[in-house]
Design a binder for this molecule. Structure first.
Ligand SMILES: [Zn+2]
Length: 337
């Protein structure tokens, strides 16, 4: 039976228990009543051995990153499909990307079957003090632990079984590493990618809430950088266009419409800034090099006087900035309006 913290408190009150009788371990039971979700190991899904020893860092990860695999939304909800998917991702990562093993630490199938991705991930999360370094968010792999969710969630939602297993797994990881719900994020928060898809991304606040309730910790909803892409219009796009011009991309229009020339300008800028063109790592997908997301904004913004004549000042004005100076740390709030 699934017991939320509230249920337990209610039960405790009914039974006349004192608060101290409700131990933290009682609160951390998952939906299945188990403190640790069922995760099939690399041995169980017949993974290939890694090409090199797994790197285990003497630190814990800071963020839990949610991905979608950008593969088809399979109707096969079996464990066999979960194992097949795990093998396919590992093959792609080892043979096409040239990595030592699967990039992500865990995979979650549409049927809600959890599998270990990179070898040793389950064992090391269990120890709670170390981190298996994976390969799923460029330049951030020492600080992130990643979950690949089977499917494409740009326009449709994931099946309930998959959501439930995601909640169980994130709760388990967050508890082991004492990761705050505000540090549960999407791939797009660190990269210029649609991953994990708009629909799943919009459920991250709900994921933080549920995990926070399970762990009995307060939940703050973080503000990450917005993702802009072709078809978008409005002040954020206009601000991005001015910022690209500020960085020397003179061919970009300033019409507030994200068209092909804005995409091309961002793509050029990303290349010149040395940003890796690496969309979601689970599969090869469409060209996302010109999207403006979590990796682009920190390179585009700068301190500026919004009353000035520079392109960056025009960008700040497009976002209704006030005051004599817009500091770099002010831009994220400005973009959230
Ligand atoms: Zn991703």
């Amino acid at each position: 039976m699934a017991l939320t913290r509230r249920d337990l408190i209610r039960t405790g009150a009914t039974l006349g228990l004192t608060g101290s009788a409700l131990s933290v371990t009682t609160f951390t039971a998952g939906a299945t009543g188990e403190p640790k979700p069922k995760v099939w190991t690399t041995a169980q899904w017949a993974a290939r051995p890694p090409k090199e020893p797994i790197e285990v860092l003497a630190r814990t990860p800071t963020y839990i990153v949610v991905h979608h695999t950008a593969t088809k939304n399979s109707e096969d909800l079996s464990k066999e499909q979960a194992f097949k998917l795990s093998r396919a991702i590992q093959t792609y990562h080892m043979d096409s990307r040239g990595w030592i093993d699967s990039g992500q630490q865990f995979t979650n199938s549409r049927g809600g079957h959890l599998t270990e991705g990179r070898h040793r991930s389950l064992e090391i999360v269990g120890d709670g003090a170390h981190h298996v370094r994976g390969a799923h968010v460029a330049n951030r792999n020492s600080e992130v632990i990643g979950i690949e969710n089977e499917g494409t969630y740009t326009t449709v939602d994931m099946p309930k079984a998959q959501w439930d297993s995601l909640v169980d797994l994130v709760t388990f990881i967050a508890r082991q590493y004492k990761i705050k719900p505000s540090e549960i994020c999407g791939h797009r928060d660190f990269a210029n990618t649609q991953c994990p898809g708009d629909v799943l991304y919009k459920r991250l606040p709900e994921l933080r809430e549920v995990v926070g309730e399970r762990l009995a910790v307060p939940v703050a909803q973080p503000k990450f950088w917005p993702l802009l892409r072709p078809g978008d219009t409005g002040p954020k796009v206009l601000a991005a266009q001015h910022l690209l011009r500020d960085r020397g991309e003179r061919d970009v229009p300033t019409d507030g419409v994200f068209g092909p020339s804005t995409f091309a300008a961002m793509s050029r800028f990303a290349r010149s800034a040395g940003l890796p063109d690496e969309p979601c790592y689970a599969t090869a997908v469409a060209d996302e090099s010109g999207l403006i997301g979590g990796a682009a904004w920190p390179l585009l913004i700068r301190q500026v006087d919004p009353r000035g004549d520079s392109d960056a000042a025009k960008a700040a004005r497009a976002l209704s900035a006030e005051g004599p100076v817009v500091e770099t740390q002010d831009w994220r709030a400005l973009l959230h309006g």
